[in-house]
Write a protein that binds this ligand. Structure first.
Ligand code: SF4
Ligand code: SF4
Length: 419
């Protein structure tokens, strides 16, 4: 770009360190505006409590290849950051809802740009303004009205118990137990989730565990609603659940859902509820020799690490130890496993955004993952998160892999081996 002569300042004479400089030597340029840009949209995000780290991005690009959404579309913190620099208003943009809070970007980011805090902070503002995709809004309203995102009656929360042959005691009857089993919504209401709950009850009874459930006293842990921006709803439900927990004596809290694990372990203490919370795989892994698994299963399996069990809560080994202990099961790992595990798309509100996401990605995250599982040659994709079983079973159908790959919860495999 040629220099505009008007920008050149030439003094008749200038003295620098006692040396006289004539006009040819004291030329200097006015401060030049190279391009006009303002940081208003970036500042609007950066100024929110929890979202400050977005400003630390220096666009190295390391987050892009690990972002599961970028694998099926275009996404990642770097792209969000550069959109903000270009003036895109994240509060009103569809980009706000694409992040599943899987945490894979934070794992590699040298500047610790933390989408797990940035997204809920910005989403909370958007929720207050009513800028929420319809299907997510419906899940929020269901949770508010019925105590669960599926919109099922609270009175039916314990119905799965009547459908099992195992004994499932209620805390309101026994008041005290070693384990308070927090069942959570999908394992209490969803068809496939209920099957896993029934198997879990069989396992606990075989182990002669002293446990109890809350039944209709239990409400959604609300972790995914919190991450999707409904912080007020989360706080209200946390307070109600904590009040219910306080009525009973228990040593440990057992959870079937990694999202509940995350809420109860990391978020409830901020509201006065501190518990020793354990995921069922962590609980069962050291007890496998106490289960009489006489049935030799003939399965080649692959295992999907749930984001909220693995990256968020550091448990990678327990499910693998369980699989190793089941007779006849051969585990083949997918390329993206453990810390680098791919995401099923259900976290951070994604569970209720499939319709919205279909306008933004070329395939569902769950479909991408199912294809990877099929490539291993496994007959079974094993999961240990209630979101995954329905997501992956749908994806098996939509990718035309019915008959090639089945999806089972790890508790189902244990019971099958018990005969
Ligand atoms: S890895 Fe971190 S610093 Fe690098 S581009 Fe991504 S968000 Fe920015
Ligand atoms: S948290 Fe996961 S989905 Fe969200 S931007 Fe990071 S890698 Fe992508």
């Amino acid at each position: 770009m040629p220099i505009d002569k008007k920008q050149i300042i030439e003094k008749e004479m200038a003295v620098v360190d006692g040396i006289e400089l004539g006009p040819d030597w004291n030329r200097m340029f006015e401060q030049r505006v190279i391009f006009d840009y303002n940081t208003d949209t970036l500042d609007k995000v950066r100024d929110l409590e929890g979202a400050e780290s977005i400003g630390a991005c220096y666009q190295c690009g390391q987050c892009i290849p690990v972002c599961p959404v970028d694998a099926v579309g275009e996404y990642g913190p770097m792209r969000v950051f550069s959109d903000l620099l270009r003036g895109k208003d994240l509060f009103e943009s569809d980009e706000l809802w694409k992040c599943t809070t899987c945490m894979n970007c934070l794992r590699v980011c040298p500047k610790e740009v933390d989408m797990i805090k940035i997204m809920p902070a910005v989403r909370e503002e958007a929720v207050m303004e009513g800028n929420v995709p319809d299907e997510l809004q419906e899940a929020f309203e269901n949770t508010f009205e019925y105590g669960n995102p599926l919109g099922e009656s609270q009175r039916k929360r314990a119905d799965w118990i009547t459908e099992t042959n195992s004994e499932v005691p209620l805390m309101k009857d026994k008041k005290e137990a070693d384990l308070l089993w927090f069942v959570e919504c999908y394992p209490a209401y969803h068809g496939r989730g209920k099957e896993t709950s029934r198997d879990m009850a069989t396992i606990l009874n075989t182990l002669k565990a002293d446990f109890g459930v809350l039944g209709t006293e239990e409400k959604c842990s609300c972790d995914s609603q919190r991450l999707a921006g409904e912080v007020g709803l989360f706080e209200e439900f946390a307070e109600q659940n904590i009040k219910t927990f306080s009525k009973y004596k228990f040593k440990q809290m057992l959870v079937t859902d990694p999202h509940a694990l995350n809420a109860l372990r990391k978020e409830y203490p901020k509201h006065g509820g501190e518990y020793d919370v354990i995921h069922y795989t962590t609980y069962l892994a050291p007890l496998m020799d106490k289960l009489n698994m006489t049935n030799k299963l003939d399965y080649k399996v692959t295992f999907h690490d749930p984001c909220y069990l693995g990256r968020h809560n550091g448990e990678y080994e327990a499910p693998r130890k369980i699989l190793d202990a089941i007779p006849g099961v051969e585990l083949v790992e997918m390329g993206r496993c453990k810390e680098q595990s791919y995401c099923c798309g259900g976290g951070g509100g994604g569970m209720w955004l499939d319709g919205f996401m279909s306008d933004h990605v070329n395939e569902r995250l769950s479909e991408n993952r199912v294809k990877e599982a099929v490539e291993t040659g496994a007959d079974l994709l094993v999961v240990c998160c209630p979101y995954e079983i329905s997501r992956f079973e749908d994806a098996v159908k939509s990718t035309g892999n019915e008959g090639k790959l089945a999806v089972k919860d790890i508790a189902e495999l244990i019971v099958e081996a018990m005969g």
